[in-house]
Design a binder for this molecule. Structure first.
Ligand SMILES: [Zn+2]
Length: 263
């Protein structure tokens, strides 16, 4: 049986048959892997307990004809604090679903993997009562996952006339894919009003590094920024909604767990 080994985190877990599971795992070396774990839900199965959500694990996969199989799994870290707080759990489900929807099977992307892993780690480390940091962590993930996926809204120049955006009255055009000035609004009547803080935070948290080590350092810098940043709840919700909508339009898929985020 030919196998491959890698580190990863389960992003989707669904029951299959009487006692098996189908998993989507986001991995360091192979991107998203879809695999079946036979008998994983049996009380005495060797994989029992190793294939839960919120675990960082080493996986051994075996190549299969139609779908690969989980041959073995050992958990390395347990992000168990996530389970203890309802809000953080909802946020993490959103991160998992977003990662699942935005990635294709088999595309390795090391920067995306580290962004995802560090985000999970940081969410796990958050104090249960810190809603602001929790929301900002989700926003910084949305911003960078979108950037790494090859689409990002234009936030520096007006999408219609290409003039540099001044922090005056601005709107956002989903149709043109970015910020639109007031004087160009007649080009998209469906554009929505946005606060300039939305633009500023997107600029602040977006990472522009192609080198993996530099990218990792930038994630750490972003986490330091999140520790200190003060943002109004109104701006937080504008950011989450706007970016989620922009992502959904680009990938042409709905991300259902967004509905539980802003309650
Ligand atoms: Zn313009």
């Amino acid at each position: 049986m030919s196998t491959y080994k890698t580190e990863g985190i389960i992003i989707r877990r669904s029951h299959f048959g009487e006692s098996s599971l189908i998993l989507n795992v986001y991995t360091k070396d192979f991107g998203k892997v879809e695999a079946v774990a036979r008998s994983a839900r049996k009380a005495k199965g060797k994989l029992k307990g190793h294939l839960e959500l919120f675990l960082l694990s080493d996986f051994v996969f075996a190549y299969g004809k139609s779908i690969d199989k989980v041959a073995n799994s050992f958990s390395l870290e347990n992000y168990e604090n996530i389970k203890n707080n309802l809000n953080i759990s909802f946020g993490t489900y959103y991160i998992l679903e977003l990662t699942d929807r935005i990635t294709e099977n088999g595309y390795r992307n090391e920067r995306m993997y580290y962004l995802f892993k560090e985000t999970m780690k940081f969410l796990n480390s958050l104090a249960t009562d810190n809603a602001l940091k929790y929301y900002l962590t989700i926003i910084q993930y949305q911003i960078n996952v979108m950037q790494l996926s090859g689409f990002f809204p234009e936030i520096n120049k007006c999408v219609v006339c290409k003039e540099k955006i001044k922090l005056e009255e601005n709107h956002f055009s989903f149709f043109h894919g970015g910020v639109i000035q007031k004087k160009c609004l007649c080009n998209d009547v469906s554009a929505i009003g946005i606060d300039n803080d939305v633009i500023k935070i997107m600029r602040l948290l977006k990472i522009n590094k192609s080198n993996v080590d530099e990218y990792k350092n930038s994630i750490k810098d972003n986490i330091k920024i999140i520790e200190k940043l003060k943002v109004k709840k109104k701006i937080i919700f504008q950011l989450i909604k706007l970016i989620n909508q922009f992502i959904e339009n680009n990938i042409e898929k709905r991300i259902n767990s967004v509905d539980f985020l802003m309650v």
